[in-house]
Design a protein around this ligand. Structure first.
Ligand SMILES: Nc1ncnc2c1ncn2[C@@H]1O[C@H](COP(=O)(O)OP(=O)(O)OP(=O)(O)O)[C@@H](O)[C@H]1O
Length: 621
């Protein structure tokens, strides 16, 4: 295909950038440019993997992905078992509500034993100006338009130093080598610190996790000097002060890892609970004390029903991937957690919703959870970043495998100094993932897979192996589409395109993160006609070259009324649904009319919950 040369160049550039700073990725280097060279883990075909105990030794190596629960074996990081709420910890630190508590107060006894999540025990302080997060190109974000709406929106800041986050947290920000806030952080952090509810939409990879973690950690640090009222206490019930919900186990683990770094030596304890892992270990970890609970909805409901967690003391609620959390698949569970248990009402708690996409219908649903909130959009709602070069190639279903092989061969040839760039390949079904993985391995391309039919241990092992470069190709269903921050992913291939353009945005967002560039290639054929228009629009908006044939598909399509209209309307501005006078329930430009779009409307699209039959992507936990 004529795009081949330019594709290869792009892949090489993207790979170069994504491997340039791969000091932490040393295990990649063993087999220069080789797919299946010596030293690779022995390949086990998918059909043999679920038999008997997994060949993966549990937590044999320091897990790149959390293993926070399994890693608890060394005893409590916090020393003596903690009480569950703030008052139990003050211990008379007695500095009042100010920052004294950040370093002082009754927490010191536990801090000494806290595992250092940075692994840099020398603790050398660096000023903000003398460090950098390697490879971050902040200029890439400078021109992005920002829109806020709501009453009395607090002003943005330009530096972390301007924000009163507390010294212990500031030190962790320096340890993370975050020199200055990303645009979403510049706006969202002051809004949250001012106590306002927030619905925030910002591009993939632009630092949303820190944007909701910093104010939560900082707020809890401020509470440390205060005396909270003890709730009437069940035998072993714990009372977190903050709850962060996310749709997948791996994303919850990742948020936990991040939050633990940000909270290091602040005295704020972060615990994670997710399905597929033994609940007893999670219960033990909770019993040692929890300020911030990161969880997937299913496991949290379980904990609530066992009365092991109470939400009575929640002051902060954050929904990451909030549009996903409120679509038809998850909404009932989220409503149960937020509205039907003992969580304080909107206004009595602070609620933050974050995502890269926010369809208006979901915005409307989400507003039930918020009080007098600020709407923040960094870039257009649901847009993708220009940092990702997007390619769409017309590939018949029967040619997809050989086409993928061509891409991978080209990529191998352009591999940079023996370091193979990571490639993430999205497919529609779990069976499809297994079979493509098998085929790739048989053909000399070490691959692994992640999907809902694999055990949690297998999922985590697959991610570790991918991240380390041992298996530089990961075949995934949508379970890996959102939120995962995997360094060095140079190329995302949409082997099967999703039905929903927002899913496409999240998938390609696994590359081109934190100012780095990336490449996304999609295989398009007649079966994807319903996506043509929104895809062409998205590409145009992100300054990508739209192939003429795709424009023809887009023009031909009378699919405009369906779900695949771009999130939030067609121009910058007016994307807060409260501003859109034409918006009303059931009459939105998203769900009305329908046109013959197979992906259109609730229920029909795989992106919207229902119908998880065997072999069908059921990505969510
Ligand atoms: N201020 C900062 N300076 C440098 N790097 C940052 C900064 N903030 C975040 N990062 C890094 O940027 C990367 C992406 O951040 P994050 O995972 O929070 O993105 P996101 O917006 O949540 O993406 P997604 O929409 O895919 O979930 C992470 O590796 C994070 O450590």
């Amino acid at each position: 295909m004529s795009t081949r040369t330019s594709w290869a160049d792009l892949a090489a550039n993207s790979a170069a950038e994504n491997t340039a700073s791969s000091g932490a990725n040393g295990s990649v280097g063993g087999a220069p440019n080789s797919g299946g060279g010596p030293g690779r883990a022995a390949y086990v075909p998918p059909h043999l993997r679920n038999r008997g105990p997994s060949s993966d030794p549990p937590a044999a190596a320091p897990p790149a992905y959390g293993g926070p629960v399994a890693a608890g074996g060394g005893g409590s990081r916090w020393g003596a078992p903690r009480n569950e709420y703030r008052s139990g910890y003050g211990g008379g630190g007695g500095r009042g509500g100010g920052w004294g508590g950040g370093r002082g107060g009754g927490w010191d006894r536990g801090k000494d034993r806290e595992v250092n999540p940075f692994g840099d025990d020398d603790d050398t302080e660096q000023p903000f100006s003398e460090q950098e997060n390697t490879g971050i190109n902040f200029d890439a974000y400078e021109d992005i338009p920002v829109e806020t709406s709501g009453d009395n929106v607090p002003a943005p800041v330009n530096t972390f130093a301007e924000i009163d986050l507390g010294e212990a947290l500031n030190q962790n920000i320096r340890r993370c080598k975050y020199v200055k806030p990303t645009p979403v952080q510049r706006h969202a952090i002051p809004i949250s610190l001012a106590g306002r509810d927030l619905m925030a939409c910002a591009q993939t990879g632009s630092g949303k996790t820190a944007a909701f973690c910093f104010p939560i950690i900082s707020g809890i640090m401020k509470m440390q000097g205060q005396t909270a009222q003890r709730p009437p206490r069940g035998a072993r019930t714990v009372y977190p002060l903050a709850l962060i919900l996310s749709p997948t186990r791996e994303l919850s683990m990742q948020i936990h890892e991040e939050a633990r770094k940000f909270a290091y030596q602040t005295g704020v304890k972060v615990v994670v609970a997710y399905g597929g892992a033994p609940i007893n270990q999670q219960l033990r970890e909770l019993e040692r004390g929890v300020d911030i609970l990161v969880a997937t909805p299913g496991r949290l409901v379980d904990l609530l029903e066992r009365a092991r967690v109470s939400l009575q003391m929640i002051r902060y609620l954050a929904l990451d991937e909030a549009d996903r959390m409120l679509d038809m698949g998850f909404e009932p569970q989220i409503r149960k957690i937020v509205e039907q248990m003992d969580m304080p009402r909107p206004g009595l708690r602070q609620t933050m919703l974050f995502s890269a996409t926010f369809p208006k219908e979901i915005q409307r649903l989400a507003s039930d959870f918020l009080a007098n909130y600020v709407f923040l959009a960094v870039g257009r709602v649901g847009s993708s970043t220009d940092l990702i070069a997007q390619r769409v190639e017309f590939v018949h279903e029967s040619d997809k495998r050989s086409h993928l092989m061509d891409l991978l061969h080209a990529q191998r040839q352009n591999g940079v100094q023996g370091k193979q760039a990571l490639t993430l390949v999205f497919v529609e079904t779990k069976k499809g993932a297994d079979s493509l993985e098998h085929w790739l391995c048989v053909n000399g391309f070490p691959a692994t897979s992640i999907h809902g039919d694999r055990t949690q241990q297998e999922r985590e092992q697959a991610l570790r192996s991918f991240k380390s470069g041992n298996t530089p190709i990961l075949v995934a269903t949508d379970v890996a589409a959102r939120g995962l921050d995997i360094p060095h992913v140079a190329h995302v291939v949409n082997f099967d395109l999703p039905n929903d353009i927002d899913d496409y945005v999240h998938r390609i967002g696994r590359t081109g993160r934190a100012g780095k560039s990336g490449l996304a290639t999609a295989f398009f054929n007649e079966g994807n006609a319903s996506l043509a228009r929104s895809l062409a629009e998205l590409m145009q908006e992100s300054n990508q070259e739209v192939p003429a044939w795709l424009s023809r598909y887009a023009a031909r399509a009378s699919f405009g009324g369906g779900r695949n209209r771009r999130s939030g309307g067609g121009r910058f501005g007016g994307r807060d649904f409260r501003r859109d006078s034409s918006f009303s329930r059931g009459g939105s430009d998203y769900y009305g009319g329908g046109g013959g779009n197979s992906g259109g409307g609730y229920g029909a699209s795989s992106g919207y919950g229902g119908g998880y039959g065997p072999g069908v992507t059921s990505a969510w936990d």
